[in-house]
Structure formats: C-alpha cells, structure tokens
Design a protein around this ligand. Sequence first.
Ligand code: SF4
Ligand code: SF4
Length: 379
Amino acid sequence: MRMPVDTEFIALDTLNGQHAVVEGPRATSSMAFRVVPLVRPQEQFRVLEGAGIRGGPTGTGCFDRDLEASGWPVLQPERLEIVQINLGKLCNMTCRHCHVDAGPDRTEENMDRATVDACLRLIDRTQARAVDLTGGAPELNPHFEYLVDACIQRGIHVMDRCNLTVLLTRRYQHLPAWLAARGVEVICSLPHYRELGTDAQRGKGTYEKSLRALRRLNEVGYGLGDQRRVLTIVANPVGAFLSGQQASLEREWKAALARQHDVHFDRLLTLNNMPMSRYLEWLMETRQVEAYLNRLVSAFNPATIAGLMCRNTLSISWDGYLYDCDFNQQLDMVMNLPGRRAHVRDFDLEAWNRHVVQTHRHCYGCTAGAGSSCSGAIA
Ligand code: SF4
Ligand code: SF4
C-alpha cells in the first residue's frame, strides 16, 4: 500500500556533508531509492563472505563453527518472551548506519490492518510478556495507535523504538502524552550525547531536535525514575568500532545530558553496528569491511550466546513473515521451519520452540565484546 507522505517528513530529511572532521558514517538516502546492487541480500552476503577472517575460536569466519567450538552445536530458542513487530520501512530520517534501509521514500512497505490483527492473534497464542514495535519509524504506520492500545488491553508491556525527531512532526506531537498515559516504554535512538557525532550519522539538525523531543518526554514524566514512564536511550558507535562499556557509558551520558541540557533518561543500551545494509555500504566506501569484521570476530565472546535475542524473540516483518531477528529479516533469511514460508497467520509455537536459528557472518555483531541485542549488552 502506498502511504501518503507528509512533506514535513521530507523536510526533516538529512542529507548533508558539512561535518568533514567526523570520521564516522554520515546520513544518506536509502539504497532502495538509489537502486544500488548492495540493496540485495545476496550482494551483502557476497561482500561479507569475501572478507578474510583470521580470529575467533576456529579462525574460519564461520559463525556456526565458532558456536560449536564454544559448546553450542545448534542455536535454538529458549522461550518466546518478546514479539518484535516491524511496522514498516517508512521513516522521516535516513541515518547512515540503518540496517533496515529505511527512509521517507519507503512508502510501499508498511503493515496493513489485517496483518496487525494477525500479529495480535499470534500474541494471544503465546506467553510473550512484551511487544517491541520497530520500523522504520513505527509511529508513521496508520495502525500504530490501534496496535499499542490492543497490546495494553492485553496487559502486555509495549516498547516503542522511537527516533525522537518524529515526535516533533505536526501529526505526531500528541504522542509523548499519549504514550505516557498508556505506560509505553520509549526506546529512543541517539548515537551520542554530543552534537557532532549525532548529526553526522543521522543528519544535520537531528541532535537539536532529539533534545527537544527528550525534553517533551521529560515534561510528561518520562526519564524520571517512574516505572510506568521508562525512557531508554540506545547508543551505537559513530564509526567502525565496538560499543563501549554500557554501565560506565550510562553514568557518563546521564551526567552529561543533565548538566549540559537538563535532560534526563532512565537507562542506556549500547549496540554494535551490524555489518549489513547502509552501514556495510559505508564500510565498503571507507575500505573497512575486513577490518571491522575481524574486529567483531576477534572479540567473539561465548558468554553472550545464551542471551542472544534470537533465543527469546520472534521477529515479524511488515508483510507478516517470521524471522529469527530484525537483522535476519532485513537480509531475508527465512525462518528455518518445516513447510511453507513461515507467516504470522499460521504460527506454530511448538515448531518455533524446536527450530534452529539461521546465522551468517553478520551474527558476529551480536557476540562481540559484551554482546549486542535489542536489550543492549548481553554479558
Ligand atoms: S536508523 Fe532508525 S531513525 Fe534512522 S533511518 Fe533507520 S529506522 Fe529511521
Ligand atoms: S543476528 Fe540475529 S540470528 Fe544472528 S546472532 Fe544476532 S539475533 Fe541471532
């Protein structure tokens, strides 16, 4: 379905090349818009497989073999706790590191009401304790509020992965108070508490808009220690390095944002950038694919495996297909279930419990250092 695009989304868009001193990735347009070969998952696999790998438990660069050498002959789910729904690829921004290749031009790929209702029926058949709404900017999907309300009525914890700037657009300014009234956890992305790194990766003016959105969330009670108004910030490196230590960065960020801007939040999650999609494109342009992959593989940490999010999370795409995680979804790595391609309409919990997770070299992003998941560091 082609959705109407508010010109204000476009006006918030980001392409700029003014921060020449920053070495990290800069905002761009979507690869789908530019029709580059790397938009195809097969091309991304080809690039990843072409990198010479030296480190890791086996030195082969084979994620499955490194798992096996670490005592995990197969990677299987433990228990379904979180249903992550990707409501679509439409976004008001075009961040350089985006693993979804989202942007204002991605108007076709958005979940319709029938699929939203099928997601709710799936949730009813599981013991999932939380629903994680992502995108794109999930708020731009016309069924976002309907879905949130339906989950809240079911007593399920709802997480909204919010890019912050969307809360300033004309049509969505009511959302901070609306989300607060329902106790939705807002998980917002901000690469750094300093302006330069954030604007370079997410687009000129993003930092200032993000601070304004954070203040609005503070004004309605978010980020002040209230368990019904939890404000979480997700930080990812602005460059080709691993995330820092989550607990110490949280202390540093809380102090810096409070001191410099009187802005407050509850917790910080650190994520590694995944070597795929637009971040992989940036790695290729800067000739860092092999170096970054080796950095991830060398930092392979077996202690992260038990907590990998593919072991407790089910990922649903905008068109209702099922995946082991949002990364596999973007690489179109179909879930390894018997029969026809797994769809939300015919989800089988027993089969999900028994299935083997699909992996490839991008998975080293989840097992590097302290690990990386939608819940932040793992080990
Ligand atoms: S990283 Fe998030 S905010 Fe940025 S383009 Fe992707 S979906 Fe949008
Ligand atoms: S990328 Fe997905 S499948 Fe691979 S380890 Fe991470 S969560 Fe699991």
